[in-house]
Design a protein around this ligand. Structure first.
Ligand code: PMT
Length: 400
């Protein structure tokens, strides 16, 4: 019973679908969850707090304080208490307030202080749902990392038919169960990920580097963290944000620094995923002063950097897994196979600069996964988050 003991804040707003919230409460409690209802003033017009508190065996929270005894209801405490917040039904008005931080009731303040993942099940008339304002607000909520439980299509309280019916309670419960299962998939694993480029300094103002943005590595870190792993993310200089609490980010600049940190953390991790585009060479000399333009030609003497993957490949113990990337422009499969063997990877993710939508900086990637036996699985072009899911699914199949 994945919901056993899970603490769920159930937000209820002023929609006719609020009557379904009673069934939702019941279904969550039957599965072992502890439910705390927070309701908007309009929500109370559609379902009585007495019904909900009888089901949850907890007083329903609807106001900032109870007028007769002056009890203050702390939305901050609720945000810290919950494992998940579910707002069902969510009206267009509540969705708009959530998207824009209009904290004029207890439900919105609870949402804004929520530390746990938030699921939103919209319920409204089809035209309200389709309106660009509602759609933009939902997009905003998605961009905040909230999950939308799409409404279904069918008969609406307005007597019209279309998309806007709140999803059925049993489907919502299934989605929440799947989410908790997903969150626990890698819960006992420690994963090291390298991401981004490295900078190899020439002088105080110049360096050698490449076009890596860090998007692919950060997508991997997020997916691993969302599946419950503790992630050490060693990143070269990038503009990406890692916000998940399971991610410890270590910023480095050069391949030497990345090598030192990776070798330090690898022994205590279960899995290494090496997505960084590490500069293979660095200048032999670093000039303390800016190099002057003195002649038509300038030669830079370069020396090979540490191969981080090869170092970790040598350190790898039997119970550890090492995944590498290969960024190729020609002879893709053969080159990837050589790297896989040389660096002792368990599988390699090949991306080719010949493929549209693949490689550096794009929000998408197109990969093939090649195993030690040489089996190759090709994936279509996808957003980097989905590519990361494919890579982690392959990893998961290897450790299960
Ligand atoms: O960051 P983005 O803009 O999202 O782009 C993503 C990406 C294209 C950088 C990523 O998908 C990718 O392909 N990363 C690996 C790039 C690379 O350096 O590939 P490679 O074929 O040169 O290296 C092979 C493997 O050895 C890689 O796992 C690399 O991290 C590792 N390596 C390479 C050199 C080195 N000195 N140390 C290493 O650990």
């Amino acid at each position: 019973m994945i919901l056993q003991g899970k603490k769920i804040v159930l937000g209820i707003t002023g929609s006719i679908a609020a009557y379904k919230a009673a069934f939702l409460c019941r279904a969550l409690i039957k599965k072992g969850a502890e439910v705390q209802v927070v309701i908007t003033p309009a929500g109370k017009e559609f379902i009585t707090p007495v019904t909900l508190s009888a089901l949850t065996r907890k007083p329903v929270v609807g106001e900032f304080f109870t007028a007769n005894d002056g009890t203050w209801h702390s939305h901050v405490d609720m945000g810290l208490w919950a494992d998940l917040m579910l707002i069902a039904p969510a009206t267009a008005s509540t969705i708009g307030k959530m998207a824009n931080g209009i904290a004029d009731n207890m439900l919105i303040t609870s949402y804004l202080s929520m530390k746990a993942p938030v699921f939103i099940a919209p319920a409204m008339d089809l035209d309200m749902y389709a309106h660009p304002s509602t759609q933009n607000n939902l997009k905003k909520l998605k961009s905040y990392g909230n999950y939308i439980i799409e409404p279904s299509t069918g008969f609406l309280a307005s007597a019209l038919e279309g998309k806007g019916r709140m999803e059925e309670p049993e489907v919502i419960v299934q989605q929440i169960e799947s989410f908790f299962k997903y969150q626990e998939q890698l819960s006992k694993k420690k994963i090291l990920i390298t991401a981004g480029p490295t900078y190899e300094k020439i002088d105080p103002v110049r360096y050698i580097s490449n076009y890596s943005s860090g998007k692919m590595g950060f997508a991997l870190a997020n997916v691993c963290a969302e599946r419950g792993a503790k992630v050490v993310l060693i990143s070269g200089p990038v503009q990406q944000q890692a916000v998940h609490p399971n991610i410890t980010r270590i910023d480095v600049e050069s391949a030497d620094e990345m090598h030192r940190e990776a070798a330090h953390y690898f022994p205590e991790t279960d899995i290494g995923i090496l997505c960084a585009a590490v500069a293979d060479y660095k200048p032999v000399m670093f000039s303390e002063k800016k190099l002057k333009r003195e002649s038509e030609n300038l030669s830079l003497n370069l020396v090979a950097n540490h191969d981080i993957a090869a170092t970790l490949g040598k350190m790898k113990k039997e119970n550890q897994i090492l995944v590498g990337f290969a960024l190729e422009t020609d002879n893709e499969r053969d080159n990837a196979m050589i790297k896989l063997k040389k660096k002792n990877f368990d599988f390699i993710v090949l991306n080719s600069l010949n493929e549209k939508g693949a490689g550096f900086q794009t929000d998408t990637n197109k990969i093939s996964i090649i195993t030690v036996c040489g089996d190759k699985t090709d994936f279509p072009v996808k957003p980097k988050k989905e590519v990361a899911e494919d890579i982690v699914n392959t990893l998961k199949a290897l450790i299960d």
